[in-house]
Design a protein around this ligand. Sequence first.
Ligand code: PRP
Length: 173
Amino acid sequence: MKKKEIISGEAIQKRIREMGNEISRDFQGKPLITVCVLKGAFIFYADLIRSLSMDPEMDFVRMSSYGQQTFSSGKVHFSKDMELSIKDKHVIIVEDIVDTGKSISYLSRVLEARGPLSIKICALIDKHERREIPVKVDYAGFVLQKGFIVGYGLDYAEKYRNLSGIYELTPEE
Ligand code: PRP
């Protein structure tokens, strides 16, 4: 596979500062909990929370990764659920990427039933080409149409998560 940088580490950090300012403005003085969706979002999450000028509660979830079949059969569950209550709190779900929209729509639905004040979606990459469920990303870092991307938390066969920028992978000629 060939790897070409499409978003530099510097550009990501600059955009995260803007997103952090926007989220801080929107939730100043309000009870907020940020939820990191493992594994992909862990690097974005770590940078985003440090760009906030407030102190939200933090938690982590990991969805079962049985592949897409599980989503369509409606039998998705968590391999790690949240540990904190979200009742009467504003929630921001933090994702590395929203692609088909299946993961985030499932997660939003499950969390909605737990009585939060609101749920917003924050994703570093809002990718449209394969969207199947109309999901509104409230805080989107970068909008992409297509491409197989890795880096900054995103993997290919569990590699490349460590890269500081976002790269597009293409087959070797
Ligand atoms: C990726 C990504 C999102 C989801 C987006 O996770 O982190 O959670 O897929 O895809 P969708 O919009 O099509 O549902 P993945 O299942 O690859 O697990 P990982 O984060 O552990 O790499």
